[in-house]
Design a protein around this ligand. Structure first.
Ligand code: PLP
Length: 412
């Protein structure tokens, strides 16, 4: 018999006792989601201002995506790639046409998609650029976040991601983010096969680079025959007010890496997109995943993307992001606890006026929860604020009221 949870306390105690302590959650226990709302087991309703780290851009349990899931689940769930299935090719065509690439390689988690991109870049480097075997370098940037595998954390500069997890994978050079001269210098190394960046650093605290940085990165990659590997796992699929954050600067990466909202938060689905000259370097047997590109993922991913287009979520994120930042800018005049608001579309963050080690941002998020809004600090004193993109203008104002009231309760 499966136990049922009747109180938040019971669920928290169970996770605490039987689960690994690899997260430090805000103590709310959720059991229902719809659109921009989540409910806890006691029936309290919250606005979701994290959106599962931007995986539920389309809102919780979007009926069209759930129906696509149910329909496909009743027909066929998994065949492995040992055989063809009737959905994968359709989904590959759909994502290639949506984003403008020749080919797609589906995986599951974001980390796996980044691993895929690394393998593609290295193999392209050896077979197309002529880099001597085992000497390929991928340039990454400080404060990046691309996932948790041992290879990915080898390029991380976050001590908590790395400490005691070595030895690390060689072949990465780390430069300052948002620094064009540093890029110019690093990419001139003839052994560099790829530049691996996020167009906005989400986990680092929604750090938006200076306008022109992404364009310069694209031009420098072209100049030095280096692949631009763009991790849009958090920024993509309408989150920043365009389908891709790269679109803000008209940048077309050589490799586009997507995950999270590709499924609307329904299944782990990720994908790498690139053109034939890159994708075809990988031959049968060299890469794959049992679940990657399964028929359920294929069906869900197409519906999730179609919802984004049909409901014009990029336009909504762009418009309401401006409303949100305007409200927060105005609020900054009324409190000395918020020192900065930054972001694009509905990927925003506020900086709390305290040290990164202080508990202030955490306590503010606890107050948000008490007042019916869920968010979580990222890196100490920065609070990311990223609601589902189906939010309305009226709801944004209501949420700004909650945020302001909560923060003001801390002001002396
Ligand atoms: N890349 C970026 C930019 C991310 O924000 C994340 C997750 O937050 C990942 C990669 C890792 O994705 P996953 O947790 O699905 O492995």
């Amino acid at each position: 018999m499966v136990e049922t949870i009747t109180s938040s306390r019971e669920a928290i105690l169970l996770e605490d006792k039987y689960g690994a302590h690899n997260y430090h959650p805000i103590p709310v226990v959720l059991n229902k989601g719809e659109g921009v709302f989540l409910w806890d087991v006691e029936g309290k309703r919250y606005y979701d201002f994290l959106s599962a780290y931007s995986a539920v851009n389309q809102g919780h349990c979007h009926i069209r995506i759930i129906n696509a899931l149910i329909h496909q689940a009743k027909e066929l769930t998994l065949t492995s790639r040992a055989f063809y299935n009737d959905k994968l090719g359709v989904a590959e065509k759909y994502v290639c046409e949506t984003f403008g690439y020749d080919k797609a390689l589906f995986m599951n988690s974001g980390a796996e998609a980044n691993e895929t991109a690394i393998k593609l870049a290295r193999k392209w480097g050896y077979t197309k650029k002529g880099i001597p075997d085992n000497e390929a370098v991928i340039v990454a940037v400080k404060k990046n976040f691309h996932g948790r595998t041992t290879t990915i954390i080898s390029a991380s500069t976050d001590p908590s991601a790395r400490k005691h997890f070595g030895p690390f994978m060689p072949g990465f050079e780390i430069v300052d983010y948002d620094n064009v001269p540093a890029l110019e210098k690093a990419l001139a190394n003839p052994n560099v096969c790829g530049l691996w960046i996020e167009p906005i650093q989400g986990e680092a605290g929604v750090y938006v680079p200076a306008e022109g940085y992404l364009k310069s990165a694209e031009q420098l990659c072209k100049k030095h025959h280096v692949l631009l590997m763009m991790d849009e796992i958090q920024t993509g699929i309408a989150r920043t007010g365009k389908m891709l954050a790269s679109d803000h600067e008209d940048v077309k990466p050589d490799m586009l890496i997507l995950g999270k909202a590709l499924s609307g938060g329904v299944l782990p689905i990720s994908v790498v997109l690139c053109n034939d000259d890159i994708m075809m370097v990988i031959k049968p047997g060299e890469h794959g995943s049992t679940f990657g590109g399964n028929p359920m993922a294929a069906a869900v991913c197409m519906e999730a993307l179609q919802v984004v287009k049909d409901e014009k979520l990029a336009e909504n994120a762009d418009r309401l992001g401006k409303v949100f930042r305007q409200r927060m800018q105005a609020f900054m005049q009324k409190t000395n606890l918020v020192t900065l608001v930054r972001g694009k579309g509905l990927l925003n963050a506020i900086m709390i006026n305290d040290t990164p080690e202080s508990e202030t941002a955490w306590n503010i998020c606890m107050k948000f929860a008490e007042n019916g809004l869920l968010a979580k600090p990222t890196h100490g004193n920065i609070i990311r604020l990223a609601p589902p993109l189906v939010i309305t203008e009226e709801q944004i104002h209501e949420c700004c009221d909650i945020i302001e009231k909560s923060i003001l309760s801390f002001s002396k």
